[in-house]
Design a protein around this ligand. Structure first.
Ligand code: PAF
Length: 291
């Protein structure tokens, strides 16, 4: 069974001891409600490190709506079993009181990346994410830390934070795990009604359509975006927050696609917010007259 550690001080001591013994630590921060997407992060971290640490902490700082924080699924015994199956050595599950004994006065803000896309609709979200991830990295001091590519903007924010602050950890992005019908795994999927679940893969289909538009030679981000939006607009249940073509490195909007980009989207389906993205590695061929 995976060791459960609930105090910051104990986690610091156990991790410091592992490092002193010359062991490499791989770290997967999570908020629990573990699913196969987290499993993929753990399996990669397991294969690449001698000690595998996972944290479960539903971080109040990153929720812009109190109801969303309260509704977040919590089941530590079940999550601990999941960790054991993925050969996790250390499960760190601190209380909010231990993580934030005093109301925090120090925050990490990654400007320029955090404000748009999800940041525009969830004010303060990435400040909360960057702050808690900085704290967790300080506590665990891992050699490598693993994050899902599904949260592309989060990955970009954290990568930049670690670079800017010279934090001695390598950040690794792990590809999105999908259901057979294309829906990206997310703890929020369980909130979908049966009818919503049936149509939810349309989000990935819209992203695939936009991707194919680029692959067919289109360089206009506006046109690419429109082809994706057209797919979503065929079902009135989807409410689009954003559907954008942005740079891979720092999630900045592009007009002309002439390098690697991410097509990123957030939609509401009933009361559930879904996000997803696809990356486009290659530069599309530029055809005369292509839009
Ligand atoms: O992706 C998540 O689960 C959270 O945003 C993270 C990185 C664990 C920070 O709370």
């Amino acid at each position: 069974m995976t060791d459960l550690i609930t105090s910051v001080r104990d986690m610091q001591a156990v991790c410091a001891d592992a490092r002193q013994r010359g062991l490499t630590i791989g770290f997967v921060p999570t908020m629990g409600a573990l699913h196969a997407g987290h499993g993929a992060l753990m399996d990669q971290a397991r294969a690449e490190s001698q000690v595998l640490a996972v944290s479960i902490f539903v971080n109040p700082l990153q929720f812009d709506r109190r109801g969303d924080f309260d509704r977040y699924s919590r089941n530590l015994p079940l999550d601990r079993e999941f960790c054991s199956r993925h050969r996790v050595d250390l499960l760190f599950a601190p209380s909010a009181k231990d993580m934030y004994p005093l109301p925090p006065r120090t925050f990490v803000e990654v400007t320029g990346i955090s404000e748009r896309l999800c940041g525009e609709f969830r004010p303060g979200h990435f400040r909360g994410v960057a702050t808690v991830v900085a704290k967790l990295l300080n506590i665990v001091q891992p050699h490598t830390a693993y994050f899902g590519q599904k949260d592309a903007q989060q990955l970009s924010v954290i990568t930049r934070m670690v670079d800017d602050l010279n934090m001695p950890v390598k950040i690794i992005g792990v590809p999105t795990v999908r259901e057979r019908d294309g829906l990206a795994l997310s703890s929020r999927n369980s909130r979908l009604t049966r009818e919503e679940r049936a149509v939810a893969p349309r989000l990935f289909q819209a992203l695939q359509t936009a991707l194919q538009t680029i692959q067919s030679g289109c360089c206009s981000a506006a046109h690419v975006r429109q082809t994706g939006l057209d797919v979503l607009s065929r079902d009135p249940r989807f409410r689009v927050e954003y559907f954008e073509v942005v740079t891979q490195a720092d999630m900045q909007p592009v007009q002309e696609i002439d390098g690697p980009v991410v097509i990123a989207a957030a939609v509401w389906l009933g009361a559930t917010r879904l996000i997803d993205n696809v990356t486009v590695e290659c530069t599309p061929p530029i055809y005369p007259g292509s839009h």
